[in-house]
Write a protein that binds this ligand. Structure first.
Ligand code: SF4
Length: 166
């Protein structure tokens, strides 16, 4: 069977982002994988029980998702509420889904406090990003799932081509 890929639901056109929008990725590769039945959609924040729309959230104080999992950092929404536990719950739910489908790969939207893989916002809610990853990405990577950003979709394609079919 070809390996499955867990994909951020908002990349697939589902309006699940904090502001009620989608961030649809138009890509022949993605269409091809969908036609092959390889795509598992997931939104960790929806899985955590957040409603949509919801207040924007950021990992505080320039930290990254791995710091959140290690208990060194918190996630706050723009109203100041601590939503750390919910972000960890969403990551765990998404991991359980990925593992139930034997996903070895994920394509997640960048910049999100859940799904970011190259950059995240710095916690100041001023639009500044820094190198880092979201909480779901960190948990996926800790569990051997390779996470790619949309800008890296061709790298993901190459990895899939090299992946041994079973
Ligand atoms: Fe998209 Fe991930 Fe945010 Fe859900 S948690 S809206 S899938 S970026």
């Amino acid at each position: 069977l070809p390996p499955k890929i867990l994909v951020s639901a908002c990349l697939l056109g589902r309006p699940v982002r904090y502001d009620g929008s989608a961030k649809t990725l138009t890509s022949a590769l993605l269409d091809h994988w969908q036609n092959e039945g390889r795509i598992i959609p997931a939104c960790p924040e929806q899985m955590a029980g957040f409603s949509t729309p919801r207040p924007a959230a950021e990992i505080a104080d320039h930290f990254s998702g791995d710091d959140v999992l290690a208990g060194r950092a918190r996630v706050h929404d723009v109203t100041g509420e601590d939503v750390t536990a919910d972000f960890i719950t969403g990551a765990q739910q998404a991991l359980a889904l990925a593992q139930s489908h034997d996903c070895r790969f994920a394509l997640l939207i960048d910049g999100s406090p859940s799904c970011g893989s190259l950059m995240v916002y710095d916690g100041s809610f001023t639009g500044h990003k820094h190198t880092g990853m979201g909480v779901t990405t960190a948990l996926f990577r800790q569990n051997g799932i390779a996470v790619f950003a949309p800008a890296e979709i061709h790298d993901l394609h190459e990895r899939l081509c090299r992946f041994p079919l079973r």
